[in-house]
Design a protein around this ligand. Structure first.
Ligand code: SF4
Length: 303
């Protein structure tokens, strides 16, 4: 007689839908937990329609660990909004529910000198900038690239080594993964705008200091004013810097985050993991996919 605790565990087949399979395959993953990727019913359309419609908030977390926490009665909170002095978009943006305990917004002021510049002038201002020590070791500034205006704005913390070489954001392996993420959303670099929060590469890829971020954030705010995104997707630590929050990425993912323009119009901010993180933590790809679906719903709701 065989004891129950000697019976080997029964392998569990990955439970993914067609869209998730596409996203994983585009990211170079054709097996999960030793099993080939076989979507369980439905194609791309079926997978999209399975996502609850609505704005960023608990709805997008259905079936996830977050929804479990919500079901257990742990309340979602709103991230502290950040006020930037930017002109208003003439679009109806979704307004996620607010909590009575919301904190006083932190002011982020658009530099008057940058407000006067046109797009080429802003690019030149970045290229010639020596406002902080990061200028001393850069090969190129990374202004960003993409459409102007653009519904989507993707923000990462700082340029990597390849970005510094080429003067363009999201180069190298992380860039390839990012391109696949865009492709899975039906997007490409030419139809979105991508930029780092600080435009010069920190030596050895260490996190930029608060002072360096403060020196550079005026450029990002000026870009937001001109790109006029319907949704900002922020990767990794850039979320903490942009939102002025010390919370974990996982905690920020579960919140409705915004930055506010000068007229109080809220630009939704979706926080997710950086493609660099996904290269060592592939299990988080499903979370990133959920976040991108949230951003997709926000953009569509503003169209
Ligand atoms: Fe200027 Fe920003 Fe580069 Fe610092 S990081 S030198 S503020 S462009």
């Amino acid at each position: 007689m065989v004891s129950n605790n000697l019976i080997p565990p029964i392998p569990v087949r990955p439970n993914i839908n067609g869209l998730q399979a596409l996203w994983l395959q585009e990211a170079g993953i054709d097996r999960l937990w030793g099993e080939p990727l076989l979507p369980l019913g439905g194609g791309r359309q079926g997978a999209v329609s399975a996502v609850k419609p609505g704005v960023a908030g608990p709805g997008h977390l259905a079936g996830t660990k977050e929804s479990g926490r919500q079901a257990e009665g742990q309340a979602f909170t709103t991230a502290r909004p950040v006020v930037s002095h930017l002109p208003s978009r003439q679009v109806q943006r979704p307004v996620p529910a607010q909590t009575p305990q919301e904190e006083t917004p932190t002011a982020m002021v658009l530099r008057p000198d940058l407000g006067q510049l046109d797009w080429p002038g802003l690019r030149e201002s970045v290229a010639n900038c020596t406002r902080c020590a990061l200028s001393e070791h850069r090969r190129h500034t990374v202004f960003g690239e993409g459409a102007l205006p653009a519904d989507w704005l993707f923000v990462e913390e700082a340029p990597g080594e390849q970005d510094d070489w080429h003067g363009q954001p999201f180069m190298g392996k992380a860039g390839t993964l990012f391109d696949n993420m865009l492709k899975a959303l039906g997007l490409q670099r030419e139809t979105v705008f991508i930029t780092p929060l600080v435009k010069c590469r920190p030596v050895a890829n260490i996190a930029p200091s608060k002072e360096e971020v403060a020196s550079c954030q005026g450029f990002l705010l000026a870009q937001i004013e001109r790109v006029r995104p319907k949704c900002i997707v922020v990767f990794g630590r850039a979320a903490n810097l942009l939102l002025g929050s010390n919370e974990t990425i996982e905690a920020l993912r579960a919140q409705d985050c915004f930055i506010n323009d000068a007229n109080g119009q809220k630009i939704p901010v979706v926080v997710t993991y950086h493609p660099n993180h996904l290269m060592v933590a592939q299990a988080d790809k499903a979370r990133v996919w959920q976040d991108l679906q949230t951003a997709l719903r926000i953009v569509r709701s503003c169209s």
